[in-house]
Write a protein that binds this ligand. Structure first.
Ligand code: ADP
Ligand code: MG
Length: 735
């Protein structure tokens, strides 16, 4: 075996688990139900914790109040009903000649799980019940099942890996460990794509050591070192995919050189400009306010991209209210300066309508040259394309885009329909998105080219809805360049956020709403989130509006906005609220992203704990959009510590980037990356926050590997095939 060539991960992926000694039909099915088909899958099931057999807690040392992990064998099980009618399962666990009572409430199935002879780890707090030590509802890891298992206990080291409980599949940690151990032993040495030089430079152990160290550690120092290497590999593969994607894009792309002159960004409001000046200059000179320093810096980055022959592929990050729209607008004008059209895509109709209105207002008076009209110039034309635009208008917009009489089109996903064609598309802006994956972006760009007579790739600017931590951006948007608007427009005051707990504080909240309305300002009341049911959510919003109009907010004009209303109704309500005909808008989360009514100065969020942190920050960001002092009130009592933490974080900070870090820490990477990443490319061990150094070095190495294009790339591509589907592999790996 020692002469055999070191084994590659992909080869492990080719070995079905059925080849393992003790895997029969039943276990095969159990493993399959956990998504484990081959030996590689098995090796990436990582232990949840370790049991140091030399340091087992002696039951006799266990004190009341201790948090402890106790290993023992089930000696007695029984169950009965308590007087309150709850099922109580009582288990007596013994070890080292001592015993401990463990009780479970409302977990009747424990009686079937913890049968006589089962050995398990019990994690929990030791309490005192009538003078006896006892654990109530502890976390349980079954190590050895009652049926007796084949794993040879004598071969197990002094540290035992505990695998995630898989009670449903009926596999014990012990069995899982047995399969993994057999796999590792039979696999022999593993091939390492990194040279020892590279490993030393990065302080990483080799791959064989890593897989052994995590699954079969000889002491507790092994797992952290092993984890570091395996996490690095996860990052490296991900960054390689992104780097390859980027390289492909660049190789296959033909960009547009837009005439975007950085000097035009110097134009200040009120400045005199010649009618022949660029649209960018004319716009800035005629606008209500000047660019902030951050907007200007970011626009310089964009100008550089847009005037280069490589297509722009840029992410624009900025906190809620930092003024991303104006940046997009200037970029769209630069595209128009070269005679090309732009697309602005928003996630909702409400937002698309708002963009249409504000673009029309901001661009009023600007003219473009057009040989198709008599005197060679006409007003700039901005049109809307959403699912609800009426057939005849719809047709008109489609025609205008093909003929070139429309300069900017604003819309929703309807813009992605096949029928939409352009005379000459120069720029695509996607607003308020962070759920737009790599694949969708690539598709959009391809469409941009094929649907426009330009025959070149339009530039792409993606704007995030909420800031995301830098590390997360590297993972989700690693194929994009990133610009950050890190400054708010001048004169903004931090929003005062209050978590109204007492009745008195809640009264203060409604009093504040009345005061602000009396001072000619406006308020939002956000209704509770109802998971998965827009209909129930809408009903409760209707009721809440009626209740408020009759009680707390009697005498004010209170409007309503929810997801079940027709588009035209929504639009009408927004118009009234904008105009000040409505004082208060009771709304569901349809209001969440992007809505901009600067006169709104209070937002009340009911049952605030139901919302995620990023969402809360977004909702709060509906106010604080002018120099007026604004207020945010959080109502409702969180039923969990999680919820309390979120609300406390929101009260403590107005900074979206800081909140994004906290959010990441609280929720873990799973939710963040969630739907975006398919297949096996999930990060299982790597942690975005604590492994930032690994991520950075993985990114550097990935770029170098793609550039060098030598044997290492070949080795890594072989490995990457484990993680991508066939289509993507064909696209990424064709030579
Ligand atoms: P977001 O980044 O959240 O999309 P918006 O683009 O909606 O923010 O801008 C928020 C508000 O700030 C808008 O009312 C906008 O008119 C205003 N604004 C944008 N840029 C500036 C600026 N440079 N100076 C003053 N106000 C600005
Ligand atoms: Mg916005």
């Amino acid at each position: 075996m020692s002469d055999a060539p070191a084994r590659r991960l992909r080869q492990l992926g080719d070995v079905p688990v059925s080849q393992l000694r003790h895997v029969g039909e039943k276990r095969l099915a159990a493993l399959a139900s956990l998504g484990i088909d081959n030996v590689f899958d098995l090796l990436t099931v990582y232990p949840r914790r370790y049991l140091d057999r030399t340091k087992r807690v002696d039951l006799s040392d266990l004190n009341v109040g201790d948090e402890a992990a106790v290993y023992g064998e089930v000696e007695k099980v029984s169950s009965r009903r308590t007087r309150q009618g709850r099922v109580m399962v009582e288990v007596t666990v013994s070890g080292d000649g001592e015993s401990l009572k463990v009780v479970f409430f409302n977990q009747a199935w424990r009686e079937r799980q913890l049968t006589l002879g089962v050995q398990a780890l019990f994690f929990g707090k030791v309490s005192d019940y009538k003078g006896q030590r006892q654990m109530t509802n502890p976390v349980v890891d079954v190590i050895v099942g009652a049926s007796g298992e084949e794993r040879d206990a004598s071969k197990v080291g002094r540290v035992v890996a505990i695998y995630p409980a898989s009670g449903k599949a009926g596999l014990t940690s012990w069995e899982m460990g047995g399969f993994i151990e057999e796999s590792l032993r039979r696999a022999g040495p593993l091939f390492d794509p990194l040279s020892s030089l590279e490993r030393d430079a990065l302080d990483l152990v080799d791959r064989t050591q890593a897989y052994w160290g995590i699954h079969l550690p000889s002491d507790l120092d092994d797992p952290p070192r092993a984890r570091r290497r395996l996490a690095f590999d996860e990052f490296l593969r991900l960054q390689l995919l992104l780097a390859l994607r980027r390289q492909r894009l660049e190789a296959s792309s033909a960009g547009i050189r837009h005439p975007f002159n950085v000097n035009d960004l110097d134009a200040a409001p009120g400045e005199l400009v010649a009618p022949t000046s660029s649209l960018v200059r004319r716009f800035l000179a005629g606008h209500r306010y000047a660019l902030t320093g951050a907007q200007r810096r970011v626009l310089e980055e964009i100008a550089r991209d847009m005037s280069s022959s490589l297509p722009m592929h840029r992410l624009l990050q900025g906190d809620v209210g930092s003024g991303k729209t104006m940046v997009a607008l200037a970029a769209m004008l630069a595209s128009l300066d070269g005679g090309r059209q732009s697309v602005l895509m928003a996630p909702t109709e409400v937002l698309a309508e708002q963009h249409l209105a504000s673009l029309r207002r901001d661009l009023e008076g600007l003219t473009v040259t057009d040989d198709a009209v008599l005197d060679g110039s006409r007003p700039l034309s901005v049109q809307l394309l959403t699912g609800r635009v009426r057939a005849r208008e719809h047709l008109g917009v489609l025609e205008g885009l093909v003929s070139g009489s429309i300069d900017v089109v604003v819309g929703t996903h309807a813009l992605l329909n096949d029928e939409v064609r352009f005379k000459s598309l120069g720029l695509i802006v996607i607003d308020e998105q962070h759920r737009f994956g790599v694949e969708q972006r690539a598709a959009l760009r391809d469409q941009g080219r094929t649907r426009s007579n330009e025959g070149a790739d339009p530039d792409l600017l993606v704007m995030t809805a909420t800031p995301i931590p830098r590390t997360a951006a590297m993972v989700i948007f690693g194929d994009l360049d990133v610009s950050v608007v890190d400054e708010m427009p001048e004169g903004r005051r931090p929003i005062v956020t209050t978590w109204a707990k007492s009745e008195e504080e809640v009264n203060d909240c409604w009093r504040r709403v009345r005061e602000e309305v009396a001072a000619k300002r406006r308020a939002y009341v956000i209704c509770p989130l109802v998971e998965d049911s827009e209909r129930v959510e809408a009903t409760s919003a209707v009721e809440e509006r009626t209740r408020l109009a009759l009680h707390e907010l009697r005498g004010l004009s209170v409007g309503l906005l929810h997801g079940q209303m027709k588009s035209a109704e929504k639009e009408e309500v927004m118009k009234q609220f904008r105009a000040g005909d409505l004082d208060v808008l009771v709304a569901t989360v349809v209001i969440e992203v992007g809505v901009d009514v600067p006169e709104a100065s209070v937002v009340v969020i009911e049952d605030a704990w139901r919302f995620g942190l990023a969402q809360l920050h977004q909702l709060r960001g509906r106010v604080g959009r002018s120099e007026q002092q604004s207020y945010c009130y959080l109502l409702g009592t969180p039923p969990s510590e999680e919820g309390e933490k979120r609300l406390a974080a929101l009260v403590a900070s107005n900074d979206g980037f800081e909140l994004a870090e906290i959010d990441l820490e609280m929720r873990g990477e799973g939710t963040l990356l969630g739907a975006r990443q398919k297949g096996r490319s999930d990060l299982k061990l790597a942690k975005l926050k604590s492994d930032e150094d690994l991520l950075l070095s993985a990114q550097r190495l990935a770029v170098a590997i793609v550039q060098d294009n030598d044997g290492t790339l070949v080795d890594m591509v072989d490995e990457l095939r484990l993680f991508v589907d066939d289509d993507e592999a064909t696209y990424l790996f064709k030579s």
